[in-house]
Design a protein around this ligand. Structure first.
Ligand code: MRU
Length: 400
């Protein structure tokens, strides 16, 4: 697959059987350092601490951390390998509660281990069960990149068509959090659509050269995404690496932005869990963006692989929302340029709110399906049937 210099800088997950390393996203954008992940305990720690984050990346790092661990272990029997895998997958599933991709991967990988254990010819061994697991985890990495590229081209065509329908030749988009290469195995979901639009993936080759008569992505706005600043730190970094013209705004500026700039045709965001009716959990602040988009008559598009869809949940009401340490709000984490030590920037914590301030820090919110104009998956773009307020994603995904 073609890799640009930007792709190489933005590789969140490096897997070279049996070695796994992840780009430490707590240090970005000020330092680009890879951390070795040798065990499921390392994987769990990296996910909890947010060294790696983003729904698809969480699932893949969890899966591959165990692949790295079992590749280096000998098992006395097939049963022993199976039981070890199940135990460690249950442990990895306790790392973060909201993104369903993790639970989807855990269920699929348990099924792989069970089926490898049941193999009669050839008879299962510890090594064969471990190998089946590692193959399956590796395939998840490759499938995520493929799915994201498909999301990118479906979404790019849909958005460009909506922009043209609104008479906008050159148009802008607004996004939230980080949903790019850093949050996935590569390319990204919502940011993947932006990347595909920038690359002209929605245009026939001749038109891409001239852009004549086509809608062209002109500019991207993105919110800082307090308190973790996935927008200000990570999306900013990805957009700069890709040379996509962009502007950072405070999360609280988005309504004013939509009012002031009519060339923003829509908002495009990712998802951590999409219920069967289309209700979508995503980074805190997404819900208010959807309300603002509806008020200002703009598209509100969710982009996610089908591994983010939880058909077991009828609506968003059952989605568990992670609450993180209030200190993430009362303090600000950052790097201080003046405090250079041996040429390295130093990470510092600044107190923002007075000691004793109480804070509520939900990491995600749920946007009702009613506010979502379209859901883009690798299988295509889904819109509600006229007059409906919800989606039937089981039908859309061909699962019933
Ligand atoms: O807390 P994070 O950084 O893991 O949250 C990330 C998001 O909310 C993303 O929008 C979502 O996981 C989709 S990433 C393709």
């Amino acid at each position: 697959m073609h890799q640009s210099p930007a792709d190489a800088k933005l590789e969140a997950i490096r897997w070279d059987r049996p070695r796994l390393s992840i780009l430490d996203q707590l240090l970005l954008p000020h330092a680009s350092e890879y951390v070795d992940i040798a065990t499921s305990a390392d994987g769990h720690r990296a996910i909890v601490s947010m060294q790696t984050r983003g729904a698809p990346a969480i699932a893949i790092v969890a899966a591959l951390s165990l692949a790295a661990e079992i590749s280096r272990r000998d098992f006395g029997s097939a049963q022993q390998a199976h039981d070890f895998i199940v135990d460690r997958l249950d442990y990895l599933a306790t790392s973060r509660p909201t993104a369903v991709n993790l639970f989807d991967a855990v269920a699929k990988l348990k099924a792989v281990a069970a089926s490898a254990l049941a193999s009669q010819s050839p008879a299962a061994t510890g090594a064969s069960v471990a190998l089946a697991y590692v193959d399956a985890a590796e395939q998840m990495l490759a499938a995520d990149v493929r799915d994201n590229r498909a999301i990118g081209s479906h979404g790019a065509r849909y958005i460009a068509a909506r922009a043209l329908a609104q008479g906008a030749g050159a148009f802008k988009l607004l996004t939230h959090c980080n949903t790019g290469a850093l949050a996935t195995a590569g390319h990204g979901t919502a940011l993947g659509i932006i990347r595909s639009l920038h690359q002209g993936a929605h245009m026939p080759a001749a038109a891409a050269a001239s852009a004549a008569g086509e809608a062209v992505l002109d500019h991207v706005y993105f919110g800082e995404t307090r308190p973790y600043n996935q927008g200000a730190r990570l999306t900013a970094y990805e957009l700069l690496c890709e040379g996509i013209p962009s502007t950072l705004v405070c999360d609280s500026a988005v309504s004013a932005l939509l009012r002031s700039d009519p060339s923003i045709v829509g908002v495009v965001v990712g998802a951590d869990r999409v219920a069967a009716n289309g209700d979508t959990a995503n980074k805190i602040g997404t819900y208010q963006l959807a309300i603002a988009a509806r008020f200002h008559g703009r598209e509100f598009i969710v982009a996610a692989p089908s591994t983010s869809v939880d058909l077991g949940l009828a609506s968003g009401e059952g989605i568990v929302i992670e609450e993180r340490d209030p200190a993430e709000i009362t303090r600000a984490e950052g790097f201080v340029r003046e405090a250079l030590e041996d040429g390295r920037m130093v990470r510092q914590t600044l107190c923002v709110a007075p000691e004793g301030t109480r804070a509520w820090n939900p990491s995600f919110d749920v946007t009702p399906a009613e506010l979502i104009s379209a859901i883009v998956t690798e299988k295509g773009v889904f819109v509600k049937t006229p007059g409906a307020t919800t989606y039937d994603l089981a039908k859309c995904l061909g699962e019933n």
